[in-house]
Design a protein around this ligand. Sequence first.
Ligand code: PXL
Length: 284
Amino acid sequence: MKQKRVAAIHDISCFGKCSLTVALPILSAAGIEATVLPTAVLSTHTGGFTGFTFRDLTEDIRPIEKHWKSIPIAFDAIYSGYLGSFEQLGLVEEFYREFKDENTLILTDPVMADNGKLYASFSPDFPKGMAKLCGKADLIMPNITEATLMLEESYPGDEYDREYIEKLMKKLSDLGPEKVVLTGVSFEEGKLGSASYDRKTGEFGYVFTERIEGYYHGTGDVYGSALVAAILRGKPVSEAIGVATHFTVEAIRRTRAAGTDIRFGVDFEESLPNFMKNLGITAD
Ligand code: PXL
């Protein structure tokens, strides 16, 4: 089988296990080649640290794209996440356009907010721009905060039901993407999971596991990278959310048991063998 190649467009947070530092090992473990397009370089991620460095790489995106076109390189998927500036929304849309052919999946994680709040590094008009970028994707994977910001709706907190979630996913799909994965969904105390919607089949999927106390940083990127890997390994979205959820929860559980600082990211590395097994990758 020909190896799949993904263009991973995220920042490099040098410390803190998120974005490219988790996308690379997770995609590699799944047997997928990860070509990286860094959007910014930071000394740490921005969640809970102060005094971090931030080098915006907006000016490098188009020259890298032009060079890759000249080789030329083709991608089975483009997976974008945390962007370093508002201008990058347009540059990433251009990148999608330049590299999308009939076999290229566009997978967009609109990383910009959580817990009802836009991250401090983004301007209030960023969600509108991100909604436009998500319109060009085949699959998007927002959390509920990002979903409501893109739809210009109020954040529901914990006050929602299944009907609300399914309507929300249909509205997100109306932005453009055929498939929607919504993370951080809970209908029951002590349980947390994710939901999926496929406009083509009309099918909804749900996966729930035990909720683990504490807000562990980088878990959205661990989940997103595992989801992208499972989809490229041929899993339907309703199954891919199960693989990604179990991988992420196992890592969170191990990290909590070790008593690690929640800002330092999760110990997903130890779960890679199990993850590979769930993707049908065996040693022989
Ligand atoms: O995990 C999402 C993420 C990615 N990159 C940077 C971040 C965050 C979340 O806070 O700060 C730089």
